[in-house]
Design a protein around this ligand. Structure first.
Ligand SMILES: [Zn+2]
Length: 542
């Protein structure tokens, strides 16, 4: 089976791509048996093709390598997509949210909480969080939860507050807070710690209770969403036995749209090793990495830092493991052949993680398993140099700048310019990968690419102009860099002969687009193994 893609600006992202030759950038590509057979000018591509090859003309659209999200939460995306969409602008005000929640009641199994997600209080017409009373009006007689888009806050109705065991007189729990009305009664809004616990409990409860068809719908919902964004591969940064089983079922049924690289939580590493699901299961599903959380979050001000935060909760963050314990965990996983991926955001946590990696990698040539740091927000200069020396891969989220960046300015008034230092990583020779952490923020890689170039917050602060990268390098984060972080650079991340034919068709070339407009580029089609998994209009023949 051969496919000629022509009249297409073809951005290969091949490492050796220099200035385009006299013929200009590649305008055509030959796909054979799901792989790239050749990239070049139309004449040479036609000459290389068999007589029966199908030809698709793209009218000057741009082809880029399939975009890769090296750290997101695929199962969580699918889980929330199955509930009520309460995002703005589609639900512009609280009555619209109430209507969406009412609609969701009928399709929510008995014993599960009616679930909505995606709202942002300052985008609502009312300019405030919905309250338990608002939710009670929509869902009076069973628990309902509405998750904030950041997944750092949610609103519970009265039945949910009761089931969660939250009472009016109770003080704020450690690592979290309750919203209260003027009489001090709980208003239903829950922030941080208890919110994370609730989300985790509900997700696990609901997935456990799902039948095969619902699990498939969850995986398909996430796959559809990611495919519409041009994403062809994703690293699921919180894989557990239930979600890995759901991915495996979808893989067997042939409905896994992306290549999923599962990062299994460390508590389940033993289970993974014994399950037979470890390693590469198929071209679409693999689980070779293990996830450890070393500290809290950046936007919740719980990342472990040196010094204290000038904003609530005013602490120094939370470090989950002391160095000795972390080192032994990494040593054990490394010895068993796992790639280790450690969430670390604050400088104190990053220092501890680098110390652990240094101990385990002592005497080893480089970092052969590609152990990673996830996020690396406050990786200040001496830490950058150490990470570079150890060959640590950093997987980070430029899209945080426009979505969460104003909170970073408050939390790091003196050093916010040094957060997520993509240009310094590059100068130090660190391989960095782009990712979204969705559903924490949108999974749209074009927003991440724009933000890596602009580093601008919603309120217009530019966080460290010196840490901006060019658009070619920003695109590399979501292609070559991410492929390397997932140990798949031999197969994905660029369009070169022999690699898999994973690509996205865009209505404009990001390399030639003003940075401000990159997030407005439309994805026309997403292709995996030479087969479209998403098309905005019929481009490829069926
Ligand atoms: Zn994450």
């Amino acid at each position: 089976m051969e496919l000629i893609v022509e009249d297409a600006v073809t951005v290969t992202m091949a490492a050796a791509t220099g200035p385009a030759g006299p013929a200009g950038p590649a305008r055509a590509m030959l796909v054979r048996d799901g792989r790239v057979a050749a990239v070049g000018q139309p004449g040479e591509i036609r000459a290389a093709a068999s007589p029966g090859a199908r030809v698709v003309r793209l009218d000057g659209a741009t082809v880029v390598p399939g975009l890769i999200d090296a750290h997101c939460h695929v199962a969580n995306i699918g889980y929330l997509a199955a509930g009520a969409d309460c995002s703005q602008p589609s639900a512009p005000a609280i009555p619209a949210i109430q209507a969406r929640l009412r609609e969701a009641v009928g399709r929510t199994p008995e014993g599960s909480w009616v679930t909505g997600s995606g709202y942002v209080e300052y985008k609502l017409r009312e300019g405030r969080h919905p309250t338990r009373a608002d939710l009670d009006e929509a869902v009076p007689d069973r628990p309902a939860v509405l998750y904030h888009t950041s997944l750092h806050a949610c609103v519970l109705n009265t039945a949910a507050l009761r089931e969660a065991g939250f009472e009016d007189g109770q003080p704020d729990p450690p690592g979290g807070a309750f919203g209260r009305d003027s009489q001090g009664r709980l208003d239903g809004v829950v922030f941080e710690g208890p919110m994370f616990a609730l989300f985790e409990r509900n997700l696990r409860h609901d997935i456990t209770g799902m039948g095969a068809a619902q699990r498939a719908a969850l995986v398909e919902g996430a796959g559809r969403y990611l495919a519409e964004l041009g994403v062809t591969s994703a690293c699921d940064a919180d894989t557990r036995r239930d979600t890995l089983a759901a991915f495996a079922e979808a893989d067997d049924a042939g409905v896994l749209r992306q290549r999923i690289y599962g990062m299994v939580v460390h508590e389940e590493a033993d289970w993974l090793a014994a399950s037979g699901l470890r390693g590469r299961r198929s071209g679409r599903l693999a689980a070779e990495a293990v996830k450890i959380w070393s500290d809290g979050g950046m936007s919740s001000r719980t990342a472990a830092i040196h010094g204290t935060y000038p904003v609530p909760p005013y602490g120094s963050g939370i470090l989950f493991f002391e160095l000795g314990e972390l080192t032994e965990m990494v040593r054990d996983l490394d010895a068993r052949g796992f790639q280790v991926c450690i969430h670390s955001q604050g400088d104190r946590a990053i220092e501890t993680v680098l110390d652990a990696y240094a101990a385990v990698l002592a005497g080893v040539d480089g970092n052969p398993r590609r152990h990673r740091i996830e996020h690396g927000g406050a990786m200040f200069p001496p830490l950058i140099a150490r990470a570079a020396e150890l060959g640590i891969v950093v997987v980070s989220q430029p899209g945080f700048f426009s979505t969460l960046g104003d909170g970073f300015v408050e939390a790091f008034p003196d050093r916010s310019d040094q957060l997520y230092p993509f240009a310094s990583w590059q100068r130090a020779g660190i391989t960095a990968a782009g990712s979204s952490d969705a559903p924490v923020i949108t999974a749209d890689p074009l927003i991440g690419i724009r933000d890596a170039v602009l580093r601008r917050t919603a309120e217009g602060h530019v966080l460290g102009p010196g840490e901006r990268v060019g658009v070619q390098d920003a695109l590399a984060l979501y292609t070559r860099g991410a492929a390397f972080a997932m140990r798949r650079e031999g197969e994905i991340g660029s369009l070169e002969p022999g690699k898999l034919a994973d690509f996205a068709v865009l209505d404009a070339n990001p390399l030639e687009t003003d940075a401000e407009r990159i997030s407005g580029i439309r994805v026309l089609a997403t292709v995996i193994d030479g087969t479209p998994v998403y098309q905005s209009e019929p481009i490829f023949p069926g």
